[in-house]
Every structure is written in C-alpha cells, then in structure tokens.
Write a protein of this length. Structure first.
Length: 129
C-alpha cells in the first residue's frame, strides 16, 4: 500500500496578504495538523479538521502548578541533605532525639510531597488529553 502523499508532485502557488496569512495561520495553529499544507489540504478536500481549545487560565494554572512542583522537589532535596548531614553527627546524644523528631517530620513531608506530585500529575494528564 503506497503512502497517501507519495504522488504529491504538483504545486499550487498562492499569494496572500499578510492579514490573510495571519488569519489562516491562526486557524491552523488551533488544530492538530502539524503542517500548514496538511491543514490547507484538509480544508480544500473537506476532510475533518480536529481543533483544540485551550483555556488560558487553566494553562496558567498548570504552569504555576508545575513551578510549585519543582519548588517542592527542591525543598524536599534540601531537607534530605540536612537530615543526611545530621546523621553523621550521631555521636552527640542531643542530636539523636532531634533526629528522631525530624525523621517523623521528614516522612510527613515526603508523604505530602508525593500527594502533591500525584495530584499535579493527574491534573496534567486530564488537561493534556
């Protein structure tokens, strides 16, 4: 079976005003077509064109959530480094009790971070469908 575009040897030249081009480009970018020529072919031959609609406020929210996830990961990493350094000081008895308390807090922090990561991942999966 030959490819659909294997015999595309003919070229149609078309001149547009800048305003016309902007209008077509805007419509093309709102679709799932990868190339402008694909969009024009679909339009000319009345093939179905899949358009996408993105809610700007939700896109902004997703960007903020992604930024928040990165910041939470950095906080978690910093916390892990501090606790790791404190583990090297276990000879001092006062640090042992402090370490026990912060191990519990570390687990709580990691659980919350994991919840946030999972919720953000779920939201992104739903939004990016």
């Amino acid at each position: 079976m030959e490819k659909e575009n294997a015999n595309r040897t003919r070229i149609i030249g078309l001149r547009l005003t800048p305003a016309e081009y902007v209008k077509i480009e805007k419509k093309w970018k709102a679709t799932t077509c990868r190339k402008l020529s694909e969009y024009v072919r679909h339009s000319l031959f009345d093939k179905p064109i899949v358009t996408t609609y993105r809610n700007r406020s939700q896109d902004d929210a997703m960007a903020e959530l992604t930024k928040l996830r990165s910041e939470l990961n950095a906080i978690g990493n910093n916390f892990n480094q501090a606790v790791k350094k404190l583990h090297t000081l276990q000879q001092i008895s006062e640090f042992k009790s402090w370490l026990m308390v912060y191990e519990v807090e570390k687990k709580t922090l990691h659980n919350k971070l994991e919840e946030v990561r999972n919720n953000i991942r779920k939201m992104l999966e739903i939004w990016l469908q």
